[in-house]
Design a binder for this molecule. Structure first.
Ligand code: G3P
Ligand code: MG
Length: 241
């Protein structure tokens, strides 16, 4: 695995609608070849790329994404809320993303966000697609805030590296990481004081911080010993690959 120092968070999401091909295609390979995106299931078990639990923020609709079929999801415009020039941008399916990333030699950090809906099924669908597309396993990293997601990933996709996400500090992080056999820890940057960085690195894990949209903050984190950052503003990190 070629661990990056920069991962494009939901694609180049500062300049294009997050988690769409518009944002993925704008990822400048000179900066990074890694993209993070969020994966969830449609009501009829198709894996799609979408961040929120509901359609409220982007579409003003009070419905859960997992309650919609793939046909309903395909009719949504994921670009218009961001800017009119991105009108008609669809919510990508995971299948299309994997095909595109393989062709373009892009590595993916797939963040599993089941939203309480068919978690095991989501990992099974993911496995089927990876096999079908023959996606290079060393270009994949699975992460989740949900321990159960990483457990299923460990059982069903043992050869793919896993990362534990933390938005709040877990006192038992060492135990959890060891049990799940993760390779990396992905933390909200505010959790990362020098002592914690040192402890995580001492255990031999790759350490990533999100979401870093200021150069100075990135420098501070790298100085502490963080290995890489997630950013919506990959333009800030020219040729940091
Ligand atoms: O994977 C890093 C980061 O994306 C986690 O938080 O809410 O942006 O998915 P969120
Ligand atoms: Mg995410």
């Amino acid at each position: 695995m070629n661990w990056p120092t920069l991962i494009a968070h939901r694609g180049a999401s500062a300049i294009a609608p997050e988690n769409t091909f518009a944002a993925f295609e704008l990822v400048n390979k000179a900066c990074t070849t890694w993209i993070e995106c969020d994966v969830t299931l449609s009501k009829d078990n198709k894996a799609i790329i979408f961040h929120d639990k509901t359609l409220k923020r982007q579409f003003g609709i009070n419905k859960k994404i997992n309650q919609l079929t793939i046909a309903e999801i395909s009719s949504l415009d994921a670009g218009l809320w961001f800017d009119k020039k991105f009108q008609d941008e669809p919510i990508p399916t995971l299948e299309k993303l994997l095909v595109w990333a393989k062709k373009n030699k892009i590595s993916l950090n797939l963040e599993i966000k089941a939203n309480g809906y068919r978690l095991k099924k989501l990992i099974e669908v993911l496995k089927e697609l990876i096999i079908k597309i023959k996606f290079p396993l060393n270009q994949l990293l699975l992460s989740s805030f949900e321990i159960k997601a990483l457990k299923y990933a460990k059982i069903l996709l043992p050869a793919i590296k896993r990362g534990l996400l933390m938005h709040r500090w877990r006192r038992r992080w060492k135990f959890v990481c060891k049990n799940l056999e993760v390779s990396s820890v992905h933390c909200h940057y505010k959790l990362l004081n020098l002592e914690r960085v040192k402890k995580i690195k001492h255990q031999g894990y790759q350490l990533y911080a999100y979401t870093i949209n200021h150069e100075q903050l990135a420098e501070q984190l790298f100085t502490k010993g963080v290995d890489g950052v997630f950013s919506d503003r990959i333009d800030l990190f020219k040729a940091s690959k």
